[in-house]
Ligand binder design. Structure first.
Ligand SMILES: *Cc1c(COP(=O)(O)O)cnc(C)c1O
Length: 312
């Protein structure tokens, strides 16, 4: 059965394109980018895959409202607003922190898709997964289908298992960004036995290794593909401003015409190219980089840090 998101708005299947960069010409590997950012004008990127079965479940259970939580620049908040709008749900976004004087571009766009925004102070937000906090939200907003912060749950992983398709079978390495790990979990579970899945964490710290094992453990499959997580390309952590990364993203856009975002895909591409240069990948490797989207966040990032990254 088709997902409700597909029924209301057919996504295009994501094109993969080979990229040629002068700085890796000497290395006998081939680099491809799978453009999930192009599958849908509003609800593209990995969030499309993470939301589709959640929206179906919400509809099946008779909910008319989706509620989710996130930071003020969150791609997940934006995607939930857009997908909910397309699929005919009311949406509520519970945003971490105080209400700002003026909505940033992410929240303004979410609001324009009809999302009701509700701001939650940080001490309460830290307890967002506790029953008492959820009960309060139900008292305030009535019935809703809850999608967790970042959007990762079992149905999200069911969706991200569809990112790799038959055309990707010849790839030796599949490289993707990591936030909560929901995307890489589905990729690991759907990869071919010969493939290596490499994840590049955007967040500082090693906690993600354990969280990924938990995600994979909860949704057991007999033979998950080989995988490895790199925690050394976070550039200071989530949403930090790093001129070297900005320069890299601008160069990459100039040479390939592919826009990257500074939170996830920029760090991913930087990491992969750094590793190509250092000889990490065996000669002849075909490397697939998953472009998970996130471009909506660039306008807000530019505003905040006075940068000039291309938004498309
Ligand atoms: C949300 C997001 C991620 C992280 O996905 P997880 O499933 O949370 O690991 C990666 N890239 C982009 C562009 C995102 O918006």
């Amino acid at each position: 059965m088709n997902s409700i998101l597909i029924v209301v708005s057919t996504p295009v299947s994501p094109p993969s394109q080979e990229v040629h960069l002068p700085e890796i010409n000497d290395h006998p590997v081939r680099l491809f980018v799978k453009r999930l950012d192009l599958i849908h004008p509003l609800a593209g990127g990995n969030k499309y895959y993470k939301l589709k079965y959640n929206l179906d479940a919400a509809k099946k259970a008779g909910h008319s409202t989706l509620l989710t939580l996130g930071g003020a620049y969150s791609n997940h908040i934006f995607a939930t607003a857009a997908a909910g709008h397309l699929a005919g749900f009311k949406t509520i976004g519970v945003i971490r922190g105080e209400q700002p004087q003026e909505l940033n571009p992410t929240l303004a766009k979410a609001h324009s898709y009809g999302m009701k925004l509700s701001f939650m102070d940080r001490p309460t937000y830290r307890k967002k997964n506790e029953k008492a906090v959820i009960d309060e939200l139900h008292k305030k907003f009535g019935d809703f289908y809850l999608i967790p912060e970042g959007g990762t749950n079992q149905l999200a992983i069911q969706g991200t298992r569809e990112i790799l398709t038959a055309g990707d079978k010849t790839m030796d390495y599949v490289c993707c960004s990591i936030g909560t790990g929901g995307t890489i979990a589905g990729i690991i579970q759907s990869a071919m036995p010969h493939q290596n899945i490499l994840g590049y964490s955007s967040l500082k710290g090693d906690f993600i290794r354990k969280e990924l094992q938990q995600l994979l453990g909860k949704h057991q499959i007999p033979f998950p593909a080989r995988h490895h997580i790199f925690t050394n390309y976070h550039f200071g952590g989530y949403a930090k401003h790093q001129p070297a990364l900005i320069q890299f993203i601008k160069d990459f856009k100039e040479k390939t015409d592919i826009p990257l975002d500074p939170i996830y895909t920029g760090k991913l591409a930087f990491g992969v190219i750094d590793q190509i240069k250092s000889g990490y990948f065996p000669n002849g490797s075909k490397i697939l980089l998953i472009h998970s989207g996130g471009l909506q966040g660039i306008t807000g990032f530019n505003q905040r840090f006075g940068e000039t990254l291309d938004v498309e």
